[in-house]
Design a protein. Structure first.
Length: 128
């Protein structure tokens, strides 16, 4: 077990986000995704260690657009289908976040690896 010098930010969808996803490809009501369905796909971001709620708020406000775009892109690659205005209000309407002060790696065998995120690779993995 290894303690990482990071905090974690778990980003979860709201019902507004799920409604946007369902509107991308309208289906009959029974085929719509539920909040529970989409929450299974939630993302955890490793962030610098944050000591105070104020520091966390400042960090998220600084990086909200990057997080919001990543979350939108996970469901729709074509930016023309995204909401018209990507601002702090939309972030707050579409996403909620939870902060964990500690990030611990429980994998004692595989070393941590660092790689740049390649959106195309993520899209290919989603299609498998």
């Amino acid at each position: 077990m290894k303690l990482l010098n990071r905090s974690a930010l778990s980003v979860r969808p709201t019902q507004h986000f799920v409604d946007w996803i369902n509107a991308l490809e309208p289906t009959l009501g029974d085929d719509d995704l539920s909040l529970e369905d989409v929450e299974r796909e939630s993302t955890v971001y490793l962030i610098p260690e944050m000591d105070t709620p104020e520091a966390l708020e400042a960090f998220v406000r600084e990086r909200y657009l990057e997080i919001l775009e990543t979350e939108l892109r996970a469901w729709e690659e074509d930016e023309r289908h995204w909401p018209e205005t990507l601002d702090w209000a939309l972030f707050q309407r579409f996403l909620r976040f939870e902060h964990s002060y500690l990030a611990i790696d429980l994998d004692d065998e595989a070393p941590l690896e660092v790689a740049e995120v390649d959106d195309n690779l993520l899209l290919e993995m989603d299609q498998d």
